[in-house]
Design a protein. Sequence first.
Lengths: 128, 250
Amino acid sequence: MFNRDEKLQLKDAETIIGPSVKVKGEFNGQGDIIVEGVLEGSLKTGNRLRVGDKAKIKASIEAKDCSISGEVTGNLKIKGSLEVSATAKITGDIEVSSLSIEKGAQINGRISMGGVAPVENKVETKLA
Amino acid sequence: MHVYIYDSFVNQKKYQRALANVETRITDLGLNGKICRLGVMTKIQDIVTNEIRRGAKTIIAVGNDQTINQAINALVGSEVPLGIIPIGSEYNTVAECLGINSAEEACDILSARRIEKLDLGKANYFYFLTNASITGKGTVVEINQDYSIEILEKGSIHIVNLPPENKINLPARGKFDPQDGRLELYIKTEAKKNFFKKIIDQSFFTFEKLTINNSSYPLLIDNATKVDPPVEINIAKRALNVIVGKKRNF
């Protein structure tokens, strides 16, 4: 999990997609990104991504590190660590190096870690 | 040689005292120069072009945001620096953004002559130094032709180059830099949570080129000039030399 000090703060972010904003298209960034609103298409960043609990994303995601509290539909490719909070709902395959899932989170999709090919069978995870 | 361009409104009686004080201070500091007065038949563009041809070393706009915006558009790409003397207490946000808070202070700043080369925003054919704003209602923004932004609540959209020091509560203040070759898009919306509490939320993007579309409302640049959408906004890197306040940090 992210430590309190490592958590992505508003002041550190290069891009903030607020709760009243809907973004459609191919979003490419290099800095930290915070998503609190709606995003459709694809999202790529070479840095950290934070998905807030009210956020709704229908997009494939590529990031260095990521924390998810909202709803994500699409495949995730995370180079570093992925933190999934209790309020998160993920529908899609996940490719990640290190993963932490909080009790209550919902993940529907395949998970592959450390560069190993994903297992054939669809894994349905619901921690409650 | 200093060339002072007086806007027509400074001839009003209520500004005479302020103007007299400015002229006295300019004389004391040894900054005397030629005075050109704007009128119905005189355009700032013509004055600036002619005076630069005659060897003007500094163009000083004496007036408000409107005067400064016109001077900026006339001086784009020139090495001759722009000085500013704000007159009146309203509509002087551009001067405030540059750390010039009063006419008296402006004279001392001219004397200190701290010149900075700053980026300008370009909205269609009009340049702006500080920011451009438009209502969020019915506005669609497209950034770098890659993605579009739709605003779902009532609010306002600001394209910021040089942030006003205290006017709007901007996030991540350190990232607004008029010398970084990029512009910032800031969207502020208000969603009423309940009767007593109003939640303000904000979105923030960095870009080099965007288009704004709104069929009903114009884009206001530098708090002075209205531009009708569709507007294409991009950046003119290091396009203007400006004399700025001693304490203004970029």
